[in-house]
Structure formats: C-alpha cells, structure tokens
Design a binder for this molecule. Structure first.
Ligand code: PFF
Ligand code: NA
Length: 441
C-alpha cells in the first residue's frame, strides 16, 4: 500500500495550521506577554517568528517532503550518522510537551462544562464579585485537573488511534473560522471596556529602553514562544510535510501558516489585556491563569455569557486537540516504524506514558512553569539548532533543490535562505538557548 497523502492541497495547510494554532496562542502567548513586559515582548516575538520561525519552518518542510518519512526516519535518511539521534530528542520533546499540554487542555474542557453550568459566573444581580479566579484555583489542580487531563488524553488517543487525517481536516475547517468569529466578537466587546486604552498602550506600544535593559530574558522567551507557537523544533512539520506531493509551493504554505497563527495570537491579546486591565488584574502576576481568569470574568458579565463561553472554550478545546494530535503523532509514527507496533496499540501505550508524565502537573501548578520552560525555552530551541545545522551546514544543496520543487527558479532566494539560517539564525538560537538554560537554573 502506498503511503498516505493529504486528501487535498488545502488539507496539508489546514493540518499544519491545526498544529500551530492552539494553547500556545490562546493560553501561553498572553501570559508570556504579561511576564515579559507587554509590547516589548511583542516586538521581539514578531521578529523571531518572521526572521527565525519562518525560515526554520521551510527547513522542516524540505526534510519532510524530500524523505517522505516520519520525523525520526526523515532525519536518519536526510542527515545520517550521529544525527539520527536527533530523532530521539524529538520523541522526548513530544512526550514532555504533551504531558502538560494535556493538563491545560483539561482545564479548557473543565471550562466548557463550567460555562454551560455557570460555574464561574458570580451573581452580578446580587452584587457578587466575579468568581473566575476562585473557580480557576479550584479546578487547576487536584482531582478535577486529573480527571480532565485523563479525558483530554483519551480524546487524543481516540482520534489518533482511528487515523488522523479526516479528523484533523474536518476539525480544522470548523475551528479556524470559529476562532475568528468568536474571538472577533470578544475583541469588540473588550474594545468597549474602560481599561481598553491602557491595555492597548501596554500591549502594542513598545518601550525600547525596556527591550535594551531586558534582552536577556526577552530573547529566550521570544525564541521559546516562536518555536512553540509554530510547532517547530520537534519534527511536527517534518512529519506533516512528509505527506505532501512535490507540486506544493512550500513558501506560500509556510507564509499562510505563519500569518494565520500570528493573527490568532494578536487577536487573543486584544481580548485578554483589556479585560485584565479593566478588572484591575496585573498581567505580570496573572501567569498561567491569565486566560482562564480574564476571559471567564468577562463572559460572566456578558449577555448570553454562558452560551458564548461554552462556544469559546469548545473552540479552544478543538484548537488544543488539533495541536495535541500533531504532538503525539511524532511519537506514534516513530513507535510504529521502529518497533513495528500497530497504530492503535502504539497510540494507547504512548498515550498512557504521556498521561503519567502529566500527573505531577495536576498536583501542583508550579510544574506547569517548570515543564513549560524546560520544553519551550530549552528543548525546542535545542532541537531547532541541531536541525538547522544538519540541514543548512551539511545538506544545503539538497535542501535548496527540494525547496525549488513546486516553486520554480528561486534565483538568489535559495542561497539567501540557506545563509540566513546557517549563520544568523543558528547564532541567535544558540544565544537564546544559553540564556534560556542559565535562566532556568
Ligand atoms: N503550536 C502549538 C500551540 O501553539 O499550541 C503547540 C505545539 C504543537 C508545540 C506541536 C510544539 C509542537 F511540536
Ligand atoms: Na501556535
């Protein structure tokens, strides 16, 4: 039987968008902005996405499409030698990220239920204060967190065990438009709040002195967020591109993915910050709860808040699931290819392991920060550096030739791409990794 391919050209873009758009945009992005000084982080983050994330994404696409293999096999075939162990790092990263990603996904599912039943809505008519902060504190750790982490992983395992492609294509076709509609409505609501002006200044007007003074934490944070949000550094984009035909224009596909993903993040900030400022909550200290507390509070005071809230968190849940699927798929495809397991068995075993690794995160939310920093600022950046070196230092000609397929004559652009990744991208990533490691310790 021939290897599977995407059903339609748009299928690949949708799947890649499904992987990219997720909790990284909706949950992680706002609290990174909050912890790293607002608009200063935005500047650094946008620079990373365009100048480092985009070229790095093309590199992953090239390896995937050229080899037509899972991430581990693709690296072994493309780079060979000791580089084959890079695939092992990808698998490890998939394990770590999904283990806590699933716990956050569980919070989202809990909020779907909480929205429908009004769990976080204070009775404004009785003069009660909003209760989202208290609700979040109750469900973020303990039995609720464990139960919904289990439910989230069961959903992931269920979908992946039965074959992902139709599930992803349908899920994403619903999710992406839904995000833009619901988030659009909420951002208009947020715009009407008294704290909006202050929030926009904080979020959108950068203070360059702050950047100069704080670059040592801004750089690793932006690198981590850039890789995390674009699903780079662990072979997801290699795996997805391996199902592509050679007529695809990888540059156009990459551009679409980057633009859509960035729009979702920017839109999320336009919702979360006006709400936080209006409620008098400090974005810097709100941390991983920022989304869950701010949006839930806002929904509690909206007409039809429960309905909108249910739709909002259900959409976020789909976004999280379509990313989680790409994370587990890297590990599952490896288990299938290397250990000859069948898909269902591999998925169940891998899913159980990931579930267990996530259990500590359900006990205490400090583990969210610990796992998250380790994964995003260290492991993904490390994976990215090694991958970029393997591709552009050792196999540049093959890479350019593969990029050309489906585009035609690249002129100097191919050479520019290679040289840009070879020196500046790799150098900036090494600095980011160094700062990330020293910041973590
Ligand atoms: N890009 C996803 C998000 O922003 O939620 C998360 C993610 C998926 C990170 C896949 C890394 C990855 F390989
Ligand atoms: Na993302």
């Amino acid at each position: 039987m021939g290897r599977e391919t995407w059903g339609t050209r748009i299928g690949f873009i949708l799947a890649a968008v499904g992987s990219a758009v997720g909790l990284g945009n909706i949950w992680r992005f706002p609290f990174q902005v909050g912890q790293e000084g607002g608009a200063a982080f935005m500047v650094m983050y946008l620079a990373f996405v365009l100048l480092i994330g985009f070229p790095a994404m093309l590199a992953e696409f090239v390896v995937g499409r050229k080899t037509g293999l899972n991430a581990v096999g693709a690296i072994r075939e493309f780079a060979g030698g000791v580089w084959q162990y890079l695939g092992g790092l990808f698998v490890l990263i998939g394990f770590v990220i999904l283990s806590y990603y699933s716990v956050i996904g569980g919070w989202v599912l809990r909020y779907v239920v909480g929205s429908a039943t009004g769990g976080y809505v204070g009775d404004a008519a009785q003069g009660e204060p909003p209760v989202a902060a208290q609700f979040f504190a109750e469900i973020a750790s303990g039995w609720d967190a464990l139960l919904f982490h289990a439910i989230f992983m069961l959903l992931v395992v269920g979908i992946v065990a039965f074959g992902i492609q139709r599930g992803i294509e349908i899920g994403v076709k619903v999710m992406v438009p839904a995000i833009f509609v619901i988030f659009g409505v909420l951002s208009v609501y947020a715009f009407s709040l008294p704290g909006a002006g202050e929030a926009y200044a904080y979020y959108l007007s950068p203070n360059f002195e702050y950047i100069v003074a704080n670059w040592q934490s801004l750089v690793p944070a932006a690198a981590g967020q850039g890789f995390f949000t674009l699903s780079l550094g662990m072979g997801v984009m290699i795996t997805y591109a391996s199902y592509l035909g050679s007529d695809e224009n990888l540059a156009i596909d990459g551009t679409s993915i980057v633009v859509l993903n960035t729009s979702v993040s920017v839109l999320t900030g336009l919702i979360v910050f006006p709400i936080l400022f209006t409620a008098g909550l400090d974005p810097e200290t709100s941390g991983p709860g920022a989304l869950f507390i701010s949006v839930a509070d806002a929904l509690g005071s909206l007409p039809f808040g429960r309905v909108v809230g249910t739709l909002f968190f259900a959409t976020v849940a789909i976004a999280a699931l379509s990313s989680a699927i790409s994370l587990i798929e890297v590990v599952v495809s490896y288990a299938i290819d290397e250990f000859g397991m069948d898909r269902a068995r591999a998925t169940v075993i891998v899913g159980a392991g990931i579930f267990l690794l996530g259990v500590p995160v359900t006990v205490d939310t400090v583990f969210v920060d610990l796992y998250d920093m380790l994964a995003a600022q260290i492991l993904l950046v490390l994976g990215g550096i090694l991958l970029m070196v393997a591709i552009t230092w050792l196999h540049a000609d093959e890479a350019v030739e593969e990029l050309r397929e489906g585009i035609g004559d690249l002129g100097a652009v191919g050479t520019l791409w290679i040289w840009m990744v070879r020196i500046p991208v790799v150098a900036v990533l090494i600095v980011s990794l160094y700062l990330g490691v020293t910041g973590y310790l």
